[in-house]
Design a protein around this ligand. Sequence first.
Ligand SMILES: Nc1ncnc2c1ncn2[C@@H]1O[C@H](COP(=O)(O)OP(=O)(O)OP(=O)(O)O)[C@@H](O)[C@H]1O
Ligand SMILES: [Mg+2]
Length: 268
Amino acid sequence: MLGRRRANAGADAPAIRVTGLEKVYKMGVERVRALDGVDLQINTGEFVAIMGASGSGKSTLMNMLGCLDRPSAGEYELAGIPTRKMSATRLAKVRNERIGFIFQTFELLPRASAIQNVMLPMIYSKKHLFGARGRAKAALRKVGLGDRMRHRPNQLSGGQRQRVAVARALVNDPAILLADEPTGNLDSQTTTEIIGLFTDLHNDGQTIVIVTHEEEVAGYAERIVRLRDGKVFSDMPTSEDPLHTAYLQSIASTAARRANAEAQGAPA
Ligand SMILES: Nc1ncnc2c1ncn2[C@@H]1O[C@H](COP(=O)(O)OP(=O)(O)OP(=O)(O)O)[C@@H](O)[C@H]1O
Ligand SMILES: [Mg+2]
């Protein structure tokens, strides 16, 4: 029902390709160069984490990838199709039909039930209107909320709200799922649940790009792209990323120290 294979995607083109991407925000006379020449390719089926200090340009990049905003310079191709010359209407259509976006703050309509929230993208796109309810139900079941369809956001836990947002992002069967700090407002157990859901989706073939501050979360992705001052300063498989490896070593040595202290009967 929410199958991943899409006939209309550019045959062998990467899901996303950006070249020389720049974004300059103008604030009166001041200019902020949030992205300063980003080259990035995301292949179909990849699960990529984007990391970097606060202000390094992660959300700015995600907003460009999600067609929520346009770059000041550079190229962005979605499944091989350049987006630069698309009209605002066309871009909005592409965004709605091809991209699922998940935000840190869930961004659900407070007065609408889970199922109504999930039906929204289909109503906007006028796609799948016939059978919209059935698809929304299927998406909610897929994220484990089959028994919460009529609950409003304030009747759901944080993790459940984020699951509704994931269902809403999936319901139009997007080519790419983009998530900007989706676990930023969740406790550690709920974070593990949500990231487990992303892993299941990835195993089903979904292309996923996630922004996170947490190495633990990034560890679920197969590749980590690190931004610094609006530039990519490292881009490699998670298993080869030196910062991630150092993090794993620090966890292992803390665990070993604790086990050692416990063996000697002293608190760690
Ligand atoms: N709408 C805007 N107008 C002006 N400047 C902006 C705007 N949005 C972001 N910036 C600036 O661009 C830079 C990058 O911001 P961005 O939100 O992309 O960072 P980030 O890496 O997502 O940070 P965080 O981890 O705190 O979310 C920052 O210096 C920020 O102040
Ligand atoms: Mg951000």
